[in-house]
Design a binder for this molecule. Sequence first.
Ligand SMILES: O=c1ccn([C@@H]2O[C@H](COP(=O)(O)O)[C@@H](O)[C@H]2O)c(=O)[nH]1
Length: 253
Amino acid sequence: MAPPSRVSLDDRPRRGTAVEHPRDRLIVALDLPSVDAAEAVIDRLGEGVTFYKIGYQLAFAGGLALAQKLIFSGRRVFVDLKLHDIGNTVEKGVESIARMGATFLTVHAYPQTMKAAVQGRGDSNLRILAVTVLTSYDDADLAAAGYDFTVPELVAERAAQAHDIGIDGLVCSAEEAAMLRPKIGHGMALVTPGIRPSGAEVGDQKRVKTPRDAILAGADYLVVGRPIVAAPNPRASADAIVAEIEAAVNEQV
Ligand SMILES: O=c1ccn([C@@H]2O[C@H](COP(=O)(O)O)[C@@H](O)[C@H]2O)c(=O)[nH]1
């Protein structure tokens, strides 16, 4: 496969990445085994966190009902189900999630899947995020999966396709944020997992940045799971990350 040739994209306005309070740029991944466990963490986080992500583990253990509860209570919810199926199935699934009132939904960044997701989203407030290359992958993982691209090459190619299709944002590592911003403009959100405060355990993540470096690289939202939900004091961990986001924002101006 030849390396991607696209170098620049237009800056047309789309659903927009409004400048948000530092606290609202932190998305906590509720990777927990039950609704009870998730609600215990949410209670401990209190007013400290406004945006939650629900992925496979919790979604398949009653998490979608909890998502609805969180939305009714004024929190924002990111449904991280990384959809990928035939177009009709993706479109109808996205329509159902749009009716829930979720803010973000992920799909894999394949053109057919992304087009179906944009169709299913319609005029709703749901914003579709395309997962470019998982943050647990490096170049060797891509080669093992049969790709003849480096991570930055594949991320850039998928970002270009997502942009052209009308996707609202990208999931990528903050390692790629600075490279992507000039290509996608400010109308698409950059949502970055693989965030680790300095000294935190990296675990299975391979492309990581600290909260400060992610913001300085141009990330809009930081997704953080284990460093908060597995911490002895989740609220203190979340507050420290928000403080780091705020300091980085102040460094930018
Ligand atoms: O490329 C991706 C896409 C999604 N994720 C999800 O984000 C969180 C990260 O959790 P940590 O505990 O902070 O590692 C998790 O829910 C993943 O499914 C990702 O890490 N990378």
